[in-house]
Design a protein around this ligand. Sequence first.
Ligand SMILES: [Zn+2]
Length: 703
Amino acid sequence: MKSHYIFILIAFFAISCASSKLKLNNWQKLPETAYTIPPFSRHLAQYKIALDPGHGGNKEIPGYKRGPSGKREAEMNLRVAVELKHFLELAGASVFLTREDDSFVALKDRAAMSAATGCDFMISLHHNASENPNTNYAAVFYHLTPEQSVVSMDLARNIYFGLVEALRLPQVLDDGLLSDRLFYPAGYGVLRRSAIPALLLESSFFSNPREEKRLTRVRYNRREAYGIFLGLARWAAGGVPVAQKIEPTHVSISKKPVLQYSLSDGIAGENTHKLGEQLLLPETVVAKIDGERVQTILSKDLATLTLQPDSSLSNGYHFARIDFQNMFKNSNFPKTDTLIVSAPVDSILFECATQYLPADSVALAPVHLSFYDAENEKVWDSVKVNISVDRGTVFPMSPKLRDGQTTVYYQPENELGLVRLVAASGAFADTLLMSLIPRGEVRTLTGKIVSDLTKEPVAAVKISLNDSIFTTTDGNGRYFFLNPPAGGDALMIEKTGYAPQQTPFLIDSLKSQRMAFSIKPNLGGLLFGETIILDAAFGDTVTGDFFADSLAAANANLSLAKELFLFLNWAGAKPILVREGDTWSSADDRIKFVNPIPEGWYLRLVYAYEPTDSVKVQATIYPANKVGEKIAASILEAFRKIESSVGVLAQNIEISEVTLTNKTALEVKIRCLKPDIRYHAKLIFKAIINYYKTEQLPTQTQN
Ligand SMILES: [Zn+2]
């Protein structure tokens, strides 16, 4: 009995000794889960968070984003998102899911929806894959550089360690925050397109058989979600600082405006432990105007920031941005404030073709005005100006400025004498003096030219009289001749994209005359304003095939592009040649040239040698590009006119220029014995016309 008692006592000591000693466990052993919503997570309540479960749909594709036993990443991602949403909502946050089921959502839509629904930031949830089945670690991807993604970095480091602690994966990266440039020079599509701070998590590797198995269990998905949740809660508890512009509130008439911002550390618990100052890191405060760093003065309580540009800003829009960190090293959300500088008018330049006008109530003299500030810079276009005259009439009396300039039209009255045309803006005014003299001593021919189709004024129309004197219409479609030669004249009207007109015209030596015209757009304006980018393949030493008379494909391509250019120009389109001479540029250079062009579509032209009488035309588009397909179909149709021709539509990603431009793009390759350049250009031109005709049909029937 006794010995038994002693044994129990010893056992008790042994247990209590062991429990007071630190016992090391295997790192990978997952700790007991006890999910709680910590008090500090309440700071998440002010945020709306976009959760983006990666992938979705595409279930029919075998092996697509699947683990070794076939489990789909899309499903794992969605389960984690749903669990994470639950935790975040318990903490009071609002959550938006970019997909709630196994459906396909385009990358651009994920980013666009997240911003459009007013989310503050987006977390894209993924799991990783590797050829090595042992690989298994967590990584958090940010966009481009840490400097370009400051708020994302704050989120990233908190989430990263949340994940690492929650999942206890066998590998832990020393640099677990990774740039999305590692895979694409421009970064991940979903991050690149996001207007709000965004991250992409690759929480673990589903290509690891053990991990794949774990990832199929909701319990494990919840563990991961909790790790992310804790990371977000820790970030939110650190507070997010805010810089709020106080001054100037309106347009600044000073060109060196003083800007004032109030800075707030964003840390909750106002005035409890603050010693009367903001808890922020003064050295981190950076102020920029139009991207240029500007010196700042921070008030003693660190609550007010004052800055002023070193040199005068130009009239118009500017952009100010303040960045800083609070004591938790959390950064403010990037925000750009608009600043409008508008110095008052200090001088006016009047330009008029004549100081002497006939007192005939017919002449209409354009007066061009330019408005300058005290630094001799053109004023901002929203500056108000007023025009008045003491005799005759002037219009418009409150003209709008463009580049600080405008044109008004003065119409005399029938009495002789001095005219004072006054231009005024704010406190400033200046006068142009003109004289009304007897009709017959001076005469004018004026008028307006409009489009036959739209009845809108047409600018830059060339009008010539007898081929000897000419003028062009201004922005209002108006023209003005002073003392045109009296007698019979031939009046010629020309503008690219419109049918030229020639009219016999009689000019009275004693009278001013007005004459309005309307001009007809070629093809009814079908191609007006359409940008079409023509790229002649090859160039320089890269000749392509050779044809008879040692004609190189490079040169044939260029001639074809130039012919097509002339046709398109005639039709009022805006054709652009990627190369204009016998020069070489790489596919990369061509793409770099094409992508910044704000609109239009791209056509690559290639001739190839084919020792037969038939002409083989291949149009290549990026797979499933609907617009490209329609244009291609129209071109192939046009070439059917050539007897024994063969047309093929190809959809592939083999032509870099077609695949990588940001526009609808296609290549037309013409295989033939001898390029019939002008004819081929005509066929392609007709095909383009037909394409636009069919494209415009719906709107025409609506009208
Ligand atoms: Zn993925």
